[in-house]
Structure formats: structure tokens, C-alpha cells
Design a protein around this ligand. Sequence first.
Ligand code: SAM
Ligand code: SF4
Ligand code: SF4
Length: 355
Amino acid sequence: MKESSPHNNPVESIVDIFGRPLGSLRLSVTDRCNLRCNYCMPEPEYVWLPREDILSFEEMATLAGYFADLGVDKVRLTGGEPLLRRDLARLVRLLRQDRRITEVALTTNGVLLADYAQELYEAGLDRVTVSLDTLRPERFRQLTGRDEFSRVLAGIESVGRTGFGNLKLDTVAIRGFNDDELGPLVEFAKQYQAEVRFIEYMDVGGANEWSLLKVLSQDMILDLLGQRYGQIIPVPERGTAPAQRFRLPDGTIFGIIPSTTMPFCAYCDRSRVTADGLWYLCLYAASGVDLRKPLRLGTDSDEMRELIRSVWVARRDRGAEERKALEQVGLRSGGLIDIDRLRQDPHLEMHSRGG
Ligand code: SAM
Ligand code: SF4
Ligand code: SF4
């Protein structure tokens, strides 16, 4: 399918082996982080991506343009902590010049958000998602290793002041850790006209403290919230968005992303580019496609597009479903990748791929 575009090339939509379009791109702008959430970065030391390999904003925008040529219309900036990357608003402005990209969003831990919300808004950022797993400062410190809870709150408050709509709060729901805070988090979100989304704890790279016992499943989440609120009704919709949405009796909407117990690979249109330009077709993929090298060698745009196209049309990744299948035969005991392999290849880490 071809249609004319106000920017550069016409858009050509491509699909993978299972008919899934190339739809949304998560651009990790840095692998560094100012928190150490124990479901993501539990180790005391990390091997960082070499600085000289990190893509410039111009390189990222050029890559995003090739993806837009092939159907990507949503870009999410992530990391590591994306707000650690200096002058992120400049990247937002570069991406915004491409009218085929209809949405530029940000996922952040919120620590630096109050400092940058206004300029990001003015640069054209459409949406912000803040990760928030607890409302208790001491628990926050225990989870993240840092005493930054009040700055995260200030960040969330600043989003409303700057005019962003559609604030989402993403909570990794962990059994035995924050299962007593589901209701309070729903109430907190209401105060900020935000929507909370509970994410099932995933056994992705870096999550080497993961165990099935710590997963608070969608069923358990619904059960706990049902005990507090009464009848919960699913909101029927099924696009490519991973969250299933639900309505409480008072009309409040919240979401659940049941990546572990009910994977949504069949609808997955997402892929990820790391800060050094490796393209991963799945959160669980063991290897990525190096886009930095051809980009820096000056490969022409037709060839770059052809590379991306040929990889996507052959895509057959269904990582979370495969992990689930292992569980059914009793082979899903710990994290996905052992610590020695993670140390050898930082790209395997969740904080490099951007979640
Ligand atoms: N640092 C930013 C943040 O925390 O929002 C952006 C990057 S972080 C890797 C993106 C998302 O991945 C966060 O919402 C985080 O909670 C989620 N995440 C990280 N490890 C996870 C895991 N093991 N299971 C589920 N979600 C995870
Ligand atoms: Fe936590 Fe995000 Fe940093 Fe991972 S990248 S440690 S989820 S703040
Ligand atoms: Fe997509 Fe892979 Fe996640 Fe499945 S596991 S939803 S294919 S990124």
C-alpha cells in the first residue's frame, strides 16, 4: 500500500511473516540510568556501551526516517533514563519535522522530568509515561537504590502544569512487593487525570532476580482490585497496544499489560533501536541488526530501507509466547540470561533495549 506523504518519501507499509506491521519504534537514547530498579538493573556494576558508538540525534532522526518510510508512525524515546541525554528536546524537534511520525512519546522514571517537561512540551513531545512502582518513599529507595521519590512526584506534577494530556503511570506489579499498593496507585493516578497501567514482571535480560513466584498476574491484579472496588468491566478494544483496559464502577479506567501470563506477540508491531544503533525485533531477541555501521559508512537511503525491509518481512519473533511455552513444561525458573552473558553483551540488558 502506498500513500503520499507530506515529508520526504511515500509511506510503504510492510508486514512480517505473521502479518504484523512495522508500526512503533522505541528509540533508546542512552543505556545510562540514575536509578537501579532491582527488576531491571540489580547489579552493582555495569558495562556501558562505548561512548563513540552512541548515535547522535541526527543519526537517530535519520534512522527514524527510514523506519517511517516503511510504516512507523509512532516513536517512543526511552533508555536507560532518556532524560539523562542532554538536550533531548532537540531530538524531539528533529523527529517532529517528519510529519509521517504522528506521535513522539517518552518513557521516563520521572526523576528529571520537572526540569525538562516544559521544553519537551514546547519541542512537540506528545505524551509522557512515568514509571512509578510505589507511593512509599522508603519502598522506592529499597526498589531503586536511590532516594529520589520526591523528585519523581515533582516530575509527575509538572506534567499537568505543562499541558500534556494522556499521562500514563506504568507500574511493574510484583508479588510480595507492591501488591498492597494497587488501589492507592489507582487513586493517585486519578488525582493527576492519569491512567495507571500495571505491567506483569517480565523475565527479560537484566531481570536476573525474576521468578515466576514474583509475578503478579493479570488475574491476581483484577482480583485484588475487585476486592476493593467491586465489579471491574473490560473495555473492549484490541489494536496493537499491549495494555488491556478495564473500567471500575466509578468509571475510572486502568490498564494491565499481561506480558508474562498472556503475551500479546500476535499483535506486536514494535521494535527497538539501542542508543548505539542495534535494531532488535523483540524484547527477548538474543541478537540485533547493526544499523550504525551501514549508516556511518554512508550507505544510501535505498539500501538502508531495503535492509530494514528485508529484516522485518522475515521477522518471526514471539519471545514472550516462547517463554510462556517453556513455563508449561516446567523450564521457566529464573531470568532469561545469566549474569556472565549479560556482562559480555550489554545489549542484552533491558536498560539498553528500553523496555
Ligand atoms: N528508565 C525509564 C523508565 O524506567 O521509565 C525508561 C526505560 S525502562 C527500561 C522502561 C520500562 O521498562 C519501565 O516502565 C520499567 O518499569 C520497565 N521494566 C524494566 N524491567 C522490567 C521487568 N523486568 N519487567 C517488566 N517491566 C520492566
Ligand atoms: Fe529503573 Fe528505568 Fe532505570 Fe531500568 S532503566 S533501572 S526501569 S529507571
Ligand atoms: Fe513483541 Fe517480542 Fe514482546 Fe512478543 S515478546 S510482544 S514479539 S517484543
